[in-house]
Ligand binder design. Structure first.
Ligand SMILES: Cc1cc2nc3c(=O)[nH]c(=O)nc-3n(C[C@H](O)[C@H](O)[C@H](O)COP(=O)(O)OP(=O)(O)OC[C@H]3O[C@@H](n4cnc5c(N)ncnc54)[C@H](O)[C@@H]3O)c2cc1C
Length: 401
C-alpha cells in the first residue's frame, strides 16, 4: 500500500519548496515532486529583492546564500536617454542584508534541501501529467522514462511556474494567459560592475527593460524583459540590440559569454488568476504572481508558499475541505498582493514611455524622497497606499516626503 500524504506539491521552485518547507514544519506529511533532476537551472535574473531576502532569512538560509551569492547594496536606473539615478537599497527591519544575486541552480537546490531537512519527501525526476480528485483526496499521475506511478494526498499544490499544462489539465485554467518574455545569459570579465543592480531603459525594448545583475565581482547576469503580451514574441532580438548599444559594449569589451542566451515566459496575471480548485491550491508564478512592472517573482513565490502552508495546515487539521476553506486561501493572497499588483499595472500603463521615464529619472536625481519611492517600486513594493490614479501618482511624486 503506497503512502498517503497530507500534501503533494508539484514543482520544486521557490514556491513549491517554500510550501513544502513551511507545511512540513507545521507537522504535515509532504511529498515534493519535480520533473527535473536537481540541481537544475531556471532561466532568471537571479535577483533576490529585500522581500525575498527576508523570506530566505526566515527559512534559515541567509548565511548560506550570502556565502554563495553576491550581495547588492545599490540600484541604478538608466533613463532611455542614458542619464542615471542611483540610490542605496533600503534594509528591511530585522534583516541584515539588503539584496542578493544567487544563481537559480544554487538557490533552488538550497530551498529544496531545506524543505527535505524540515521533513518533506522529495522525488525527481517526476513529471506530473495529471491530477485527479478521488474519494478523500487527490491522485497525481507521474511519468518517468515511459513508466507511470501514482501518488495520493489529501491536498495538492500546483507550483509549476509559467508552465500551464497541469493547470489546464486539472481544470484550474481554462485558457492560456498572456505572458511576458525575457532572455538572459552570463558574462565573465565584465567592466564597471559594483554592488549595484542596473536597470536600463536605454536601448531596451519599450515597454520593458534590460538588467545587469552582478553574481561575482566581474561576472554578471545580463538580460532583457519585454512586456509585450504576446506569446510569440522573442526577446532574443531585443537582447542582442541591448548588448550591442554603446554602454553595454563598453562594459563587455573584454567579457566572455558563458552560455547561450536563454528565454522563458513570465506570468503576471495574478489580478485575474484562479488560485484554487477542489483539493488544489496554486502558489507562485502558477498563480500569476510575477510583478507586472519588474518581472520579479521569487519573493512572492516564497511568500505565497508560506501562506499556502498555513491554510493547508488549517484545512487538514480541521478536516475542512469546503469551498469556503479554499476561498480563505485566495482571500489571504488577495489581501497580501492585490493592491500591489493593481498599482504596478497602473504604473506600467502610464510610466513605460520614454518621455515619462526620462523626466522621472531626471527628477529623481534632484529629489531624495523621489529616489526612495523609486527604490520601493524597483524592488517590487508600493510607495503609495490605496488606489492609484494618474492624478494621485503625480501629486504623490511631486509632494515632498
Ligand atoms: C529571464 C527571467 C528573469 C527573471 N528575473 C527575476 C529576478 O531577477 N528576480 C525575481 O525575483 N524573479 C525573476 N524572474 C521571475 C522568476 O523566475 C519566477 O517568478 C520564479 O521562478 C517563480 O517561482 P515558482 O516556484 O513559482 O516557479 P519556477 O521557479 O518556475 O518552478 C517551477 C518548477 O516546477 C517544475 N514543474 C513544472 N511542471 C511540472 C510538472 N508537470 N511536474 C513536475 N514538475 C513540474 C519545474 O521543473 C520547476 O522546477 C525572472 C524570470 C525570467 C523568465
Amino acid at each position: 500500500m503506497s503512502t498517503f500524504y497530507d500534501v503533494l506539491v508539484v514543482g520544486a521552485g521557490p514556491a513549491g519548496s517554500s510550501t513544502a518547507h513551511f507545511a512540513a514544519q507545521l507537522g504535515l506529511r509532504v511529498l515534493l515532486l519535480d520533473k527535473a533532476a536537481f540541481p537544475r537551472d531556471k532561466t532568471c535574473g537571479d535577483g533576490l529583492t529585500p522581500r525575498a531576502v527576508r523570506m530566505v532569512a526566515e527559512m534559515g538560509l541567509l548565511e548560506t546564500l550570502r556565502a554563495e551569492g553576491y550581495e547588492v547594496r545599490h540600484f541604478a536606473v538608466f533613463a532611455p536617454r542614458g542619464h542615471a539615478t542611483r540610490a542605496p537599497i533600503p534594509l528591511l527591519s530585522g534583516v541584515p542584508t539588503t539584496a542578493l544575486v544567487v544563481p537559480r541552480r544554487v538557490l533552488d537546490d538550497h530551498l529544496r534541501q531545506r524543505a527535505m531537512a524540515s521533513g518533506a519527501t522529495f522525488v525527481a525526476p517526476a513529471h506530473v501529467v495529471a491530477l485527479a480528485r478521488e474519494d478523500g483526496g487527490v491522485v497525481a499521475t507521474v511519468e518517468h522514462e515511459g513508466r507511470r506511478a501514482h501518488y495520493r494526498a489529501a491536498m495538492a499544490v500546483i507550483a509549476t511556474g509559467a508552465s500551464t499544462r497541469l493547470l489546464m489539465q486539472a481544470g484550474v485554467l481554462e485558457k492560456q494567459p498572456k505572458v511576458l518574455v525575457a532572455s538572459r545569459t552570463y558574462f565573465a570579465g565584465v567592466r564597471e560592475l559594483s554592488d549595484t543592480w542596473m536597470l536600463r531603459f536605454d536601448h531596451a525594448p519599450m515597454p520593458g527593460y534590460g538588467w545587469v545583475f552582478p553574481v561575482a565581482p566581474d561576472v554578471a547576469n545580463i538580460g532583457v524583459g519585454y512586456f509585450k503580451e504576446d506569446r510569440h514574441t522573442s526577446a532574443h532580438r531585443a537582447f542582442e540590440r541591448f548588448i550591442r548599444a554603446p554602454a553595454l559594449r563598453a562594459m563587455l569589451r573584454e567579457a566572455r559569454q558563458l552560455e547561450p542566451v536563454k528565454g522563458y515566459p513570465l506570468r503576471d496575471d495574478f489580478l485575474t488568476a484562479r488560485t484554487w480548485a477542489e483539493r488544489i491550491l496554486v502558489v507562485g508564478e502558477a498563480a500569476g504572481l510575477v510583478n507586472p512592472l519588474t518581472g520579479e517573482g521569487i519573493d512572492y513565490a516564497l511568500e505565497s508558499g508560506q501562506i499556502a502552508a498555513q491554510h493547508l495546515h488549517a484545512m487538514i487539521s480541521r478536516g475542512d475541505f469546503s469551498a469556503a476553506a479554499h476561498q480563505a486561501y485566495d482571500q489571504a493572497l488577495r489581501a497580501r498582493f492585490q493592491a500591489l499588483f493593481a498599482f504596478c499595472w497602473t504604473v506600467r500603463r502610464w510610466a513605460m514611455h520614454p518621455l515619462v521615464l526620462d523626466a522621472l529619472v531626471a527628477l529623481a536625481n534632484r529629489r531624495t524622497d523621489l529616489r526612495s519611492k523609486l527604490a520601493q517600486v524597483v524592488l517590487g513594493g508600493m510607495p503609495i497606499q490605496g488606489r492609484l490614479t494618474v492624478g494621485r501618482a503625480v501629486r504623490a511624486l511631486l509632494k515632498r516626503a
